[in-house]
Design a protein around this ligand. Structure first.
Ligand SMILES: *[C@@H]1O[C@H](CO)[C@@H](O)[C@H](O)[C@H]1NC(C)=O
Ligand SMILES: *[C@@H]1O[C@H](CO)[C@@H](O)[C@H](O)[C@H]1NC(C)=O
Length: 343
């Protein structure tokens, strides 16, 4: 499908803020639709398949999906995390459940594509997610250079410390590393990954995901499109303005969304993925990397929204938050899908 170079629609948007605010108020926001063409991010740009359903053979491999209501998410903050950054990430996670009050298109609508995936019993990926516990290691007690194996020791330390439970029935563990922590393959090959822990290291098989703050290390790779390749320092002209003013963490939000979608539909890496090689599966987030709206692909990120301060987003969350999150492969449409699609 070819798409016109660049176009804008202006429209006026108003919404009534969530009822949990003491005063009801109506906001009038001028929102603009844009479809920017940007240099592609340098990581796995070959994985975009919008609309090309014949090329994608996503298959179910008989393993479980995360179907508990809710999915309990345990957060591990590794390294020094400013409170404002923690709140931003938690607002995103707390926006996933359908009970989160938000304007449309919402984060919860976005997650409804993930909940189309089922296991062999017909159970869907859960629509609700709850932050069930948090653990902070601001002493960098496993050093500031982590590997795919040592990250499991971080989880082991967290689950051994009360009151962090071992929740192998309904739990997932999300390790978020601060901007001064390096991770094996970070920037070069990955912005985040998910896997499960080994009983020999943690005592249990627990599904987990890791996502790092790339603000200092490689924003043009992992905080794309808020930083783009080819400019000094990453955030030069052409990069889009992040919705919450934090290049690194606004960039992490989309990577967290990507990893949670894959972790939920493929927690033990034996459920939903494409490709023949289970050691390098192509999963429901990989298929839509870099795509945020209708008309994405070939250097376009797709139609997204821009507020009057020029900040780019495609989803609303709770507490009036806005986020820019990549689309997810839909098993129904056999294409990438998101609630901000223009039909
Ligand atoms: C569960 O998945 C099936 C198959 O994709 C879908 O038709 C149904 O709408 C899903 N239910 C929910 C609650 O998402
Ligand atoms: C971190 O270091 C401080 C100061 O050395 C110490 O008081 C605290 O107990 C340590 N916390 C952990 C979780 O190791």
């Amino acid at each position: 499908m070819s798409f016109p170079c660049f176009w804008l629609i202006f429209f006026s948007f108003s919404y009534v803020q969530a009822a949990n605010y003491p005063k009801m108020q109506t906001l009038n926001t001028n929102t603009e639709y844009i479809n920017p063409k940007l240099p592609p991010r340098t990581l796995s740009t070959s994985k975009k398949f919008e609309g090309s359903s014949d090329l994608v053979h996503l298959r179910y491999h008989m393993g479980p999906v995360l179907s508990s209501t809710p999915i309990n998410i345990y957060l591990i903050w590794y390294g020094r995390w400013p409170l404002s950054q923690k709140l931003l990430i938690k607002d995103f996670l707390n926006s996933i459940s359908p009970t989160a009050a938000a304007a449309k298109p919402s984060v919860s609508d976005w997650w409804s594509t993930v909940s189309l995936y089922t296991d062999q019993t017909g159970a869907n990926v859960s629509r609700s997610m709850l932050i069930a516990g948090e653990y902070t290691d601001n002493n960098y007690s496993h050093g500031n250079q982590l590997t795919r194996l040592s990250v499991q020791q971080v989880i082991a330390s967290a689950v051994k410390s009360a009151p962090f439970p071992i929740d192998h029935k309904n739990g997932i563990y999300l390790i978020l590393t601060a901007q001064d922590v390096t991770m094996q393959d970070f920037c070069r090959a990955v912005c985040g990954f998910h896997y499960f822990t080994f009983p020999s290291m943690v005592g249990y098989t627990l599904p987990y995901a890791w996502v790092g703050n790339s603000a200092k290390q490689c924003p043009e790779v992992c905080a794309y499109p808020f930083a783009i390749p080819g400019y000094m320092g990453g955030g030069g002209p052409g990069a889009l303005k992040p919705p919450n003013g934090d290049v690194g963490v606004d960039g992490m939000v989309s990577v967290i969304g990507h990893e949670l979608a894959e972790l939920s539909s493929n927690p033990l890496v034996n459920a939903w993925y494409a490709g023949e090689d289970p050691t390098a599966p192509t999963e429901i987030g990989d298929l839509c990397e870099g795509l945020y709206g209708t008309g994405g692909g070939g250097g376009y990120i797709g139609q997204v929204m821009k507020d009057k301060e020029g900040r780019t987003f495609n989803l609303y969350g709770k507490s009036g938050r806005r986020f820019l999150v990549q689309w997810i492969w839909s098993p129904e449409l056999k294409a990438c899908a998101g609630p901000n699609a223009m039909d």
